[in-house]
Design a binder for this molecule. Structure first.
Ligand SMILES: [Zn+2]
Length: 262
């Protein structure tokens, strides 16, 4: 009887601690989403949006084609795409499905296919819930510190210091590899040529060398060789997907616009 009682107590304790853990998780997801929202609104308030509407239309077109390949539930999320007039080579997609692209990225990702490789990668981070996974694995404090620093008063200088979550979140290596793999498939499914990803990542590494803090998609990534190996292995299945998409009539008609002169 006593033994049964202690088992019951143990069971209740286990239940309670799992309930608490779940409650904490819910709070942290809410917090992460709320802080990401504050950060997004701050960026829109403090940074200039690209003046040329053709640039916005171009990036929106590539993003729409990628988003169109997602599950209906994900495709119907509250996606928003903004091109910021910043010379940095950078892009991100946050946990609230907000995609930010800096005009500097267009200097390196200079074709619709190459831009689709970056956007496909970033969209995969968002749809796979990579920020939330990091929060669950105990990186919560790091994520919130980063989010908090962005929320307390963002200035363009902060961008250079790399203090912002969306641009500088340390994703895990396996998350980066997964984002590369999923990104390659989604760009191919949309009808963008996945072979563009190979030259893009090579050009990107060259363009960024010796230029301070790397953008999200180059920070904490697997070593370049490992990354290229992953992409080379995935190129064949991605090409099959691409050919099927092209045969099915998927030819994204996004008019490329060059990055503005500085
Ligand atoms: Zn990444």
């Amino acid at each position: 009887m006593l033994r049964n009682a202690s088992l019951l107590v143990a069971a209740c304790l286990a239940l309670t601690s799992s309930t608490i853990a779940r409650a904490q998780l819910i709070v942290s997801e809410k917090e992460v989403r709320r802080e990401a929202r504050v950060e997004w609104l701050s960026m829109k308030r403090h940074l200039s949006v690209a003046h040329d509407p053709r640039i916005q239309n171009y990036v929106q077109c590539v993003a729409n084609n990628i988003i169109g390949t997602l599950s209906p539930e994900q495709a119907q999320a509250d996606w928003e795409v903004v091109v910021f007039d910043e010379d940095q080579i950078n892009a991100f997609a946050d946990p609230n499905y907000k995609i930010g692209v800096f005009t500097g990225l267009l200097r390196v990702a200079d074709t619709p296919d190459a831009l689709a490789a970056v956007i496909g990668h970033e969209v995969a981070h968002a749809t796979e819930g990579h920020v939330m996974q990091r929060a669950r694995k105990g990186a919560r404090n790091n994520a919130l510190v980063l989010l908090g620093s962005a929320a307390t008063g963002i200035s363009p200088d902060l961008l250079n210091e790399g203090a912002m979550l969306s641009l500088n979140l340390p994703y895990a290596r396996e998350q980066e590899t997964k984002a590369d793999m999923i990104g390659l498939q989604s760009m191919a499914k949309a009808g963008f040529d996945p072979r563009a990803a190979l030259s893009l990542w090579k050009n990107m590494a060259a363009a960024m060398s010796g230029k301070g803090a790397p953008p999200e998609f180059l920070s904490d990534h697997p070593a370049d060789d490992t990354r290229l190996d992953t992409i080379i292995k995935q190129i064949r299945p991605a090409l099959i997907t691409y050919n099927q998409a092209v045969e099915a009539g998927k030819r994204p008609n996004c008019q490329a616009v060059a990055a503005p002169d500085r």
